[in-house]
Design a protein. Structure first.
Length: 468
């Protein structure tokens, strides 16, 4: 089984796998979501937990997920079925594939709406809307966009069509060429933005916010009752940080598994995974370093929510020389980064449909895209028609709920099951054969994936729901 190529084709080189998987990993999660949840969760201590989760949970699971994909060589559903047979385990493991497919649809549904905001901002930047814009001005521009469901729907539709076009062509044609240029360009632009932020005079404050952990601010909620202060531990930021480690590395839902199934047999899984995790983390931290100094310089609220980058970066662009050009380029690159992530969200479902051999790749892509598009309408409405309290559940809009359910529950659960399968169900020989690391490296990975990773995920879950 392991020698066969995937029926879907194969990456042309090891480098292509790294680029495609980083294309999947680096996306809205790094540039849009990381700064805003860091802002909402008080900064440094949250960032520290997130970094720990990347190293102890994210990296070992990424290696496991790539390994399962490359051994199974099919969509996550069929890969899990085959690997379960190989390990003489129950076919119930197929459900892990299904969990991922469902999570992929839900994530793509709202991901596409946010990517639509980025497209709208490309147009506004090119038109010069942000030249010398003030903090108030940019807030009302953002408010006008998300308040208008028809516009959001139009951009959401455009983004979904773009994604389906690439998926229909097969991931390795269009995509391979695109990521080679776009990823480095995005990095350069982020560096320019950090350079600008460095000169705002509030760089130190932004830096401290990100890197000076104050656990009392993040994990303890204090109230003053009758003059006395009482503080209690709150576990939710812990769960959000861990959930984000999964989200940002595209783990726990089969995206990395399906990309791994197109990986050539001889490439090193550990090396590629480390590279991807580092790249992804660097991009997120740079985005944070670019954004928070601007937030403080303009007296904006770090906890402004999902609009944070759309309400801060235009101020920086509007004030810098050549800002119109840089702003257009930046949002364009953000759209591309989202694009290369979106296609990986839907690839597990499309690959599975193609394997059933009843439909062509094109039809499968259209059907999947349409389903996610339909679901996305709920997110479109979350920011306007359905934003009122009467449409909220647990104080969350539909968008917030879908985001919470997928990133903080479904992905960690998928990741936990991947760790259990790779560490406990699969034979030692099979995983050693696939990973081909030196003895010490393999032993370390196996120990972490069997004990540390599952324990960490379970502990965070229990802490978050207040059992511990
Ligand atoms: N990792 C992507 C991002 O950071 C999102 C994603 C999640 C993509 C899960 C695929 C699977 O934007």
């Amino acid at each position: 089984m392991a020698e066969n190529r995937s029926i879907h084709g194969q990456w042309s080189s090891r480098l292509m796998f790294v680029l495609a998987a980083s294309g999947s990993a680096v996306g809205l999660g790094n540039i849009w979501k990381f700064p805003y949840i860091t802002g909402e969760n008080g900064g440094g201590a949250f960032v520290l937990v997130y970094l720990a989760c990347i190293a102890l949970v994210g990296l070992p699971i990424m290696m496991a997920e790539v390994m399962l994909g490359r051994r199974g060589r099919q969509s996550p559903i069929n890969t899990m079925a085959d690997l379960a047979s190989e390990a003489k385990a129950s076919q119930i493991w197929r459900l892990l594939g299904w969990l991922g497919v469902v999570a992929g649809f839900i994530i793509l549904s709202y991901y596409s709406v946010i990517a639509g905001w980025a497209i709208a901002y490309v147009v506004r930047s090119a038109a010069g809307t942000f030249t010398n814009v003030t903090a108030d001005g940019v807030e009302s521009i953002f408010g006008a966009l998300v308040g208008d469901w028809e516009r959001l729907l139009a951009w959401h539709t455009l983004f979904m069509v773009m994604s389906m076009l690439v998926v229909a062509r097969g991931v390795h044609h269009g995509l391979e060429k695109a990521v080679r240029v776009l990823m480095p360009a995005l990095l350069v632009l982020l560096l320019i933005l950090v350079g600008y932020a460095f000169n705002t005079g509030h760089f130190q404050q932004g830096f401290d916010f990100l890197f000076k952990p104050d656990f009392s601010k993040v994990f303890y909620q204090c109230e003053t009752i009758a003059g006395a202060q009482s503080c209690s531990f709150t576990g939710e930021p812990l769960l959000v940080a861990m959930g984000h480690a999964f989200f940002t590395l595209s783990l726990g839902m089969g995206a990395i598994m399906v990309y791994g199934s197109y990986m050539p047999r001889k490439s090193s899984i550990a090396g590629a995974s480390i590279l991807i995790a580092i790249m992804d983390t660097v991009v997120a931290l740079l985005a944070g370093l670019a954004i928070f100094p601007i937030v403080f310089a303009n007296e904006l609220a770090p906890g402004a929510g999902p609009g944070l980058i759309f309400q801060t970066l235009p101020i920086a662009f509007g004030a810098m020389p050549g800002g119109r050009f840089f702003a257009t380029l930046f949002f364009l690159l953000l759209v591309f980064a989202a694009w290369t992530s979106a296609i990986s969200l839907i690839e597990p479902a499309v690959a599975w449909l193609v394997e059933k051999r009843q439909v062509s790749r094109t039809r499968a892509s259209i059907a999947c895209g349409f389903t996610a598009w339909l679901l996305g309408i709920g997110t479109v409405l979350s920011f306007n028609v359905w934003s009122g309290e009467e449409y909220q559940l647990f104080g969350k809009t539909l968008f917030d709920l879908l985001d919470f359910l997928t990133a903080n529950i479904m992905l960690p659960l998928g990741g936990l099951l991947i760790a259990i399968f790779a560490g406990w169900v699969m034979t030692r020989q099979a995983s050693a054969d696939e990973l081909r690391m030196n003895n010490a490296g393999y032993a370390a990975w196996r120990f972490v994936i069997r004990y540390i990773t599952p324990l960490a995920v379970v502990l965070v879950f229990l802490k978050a729901i207040g059992v511990l």
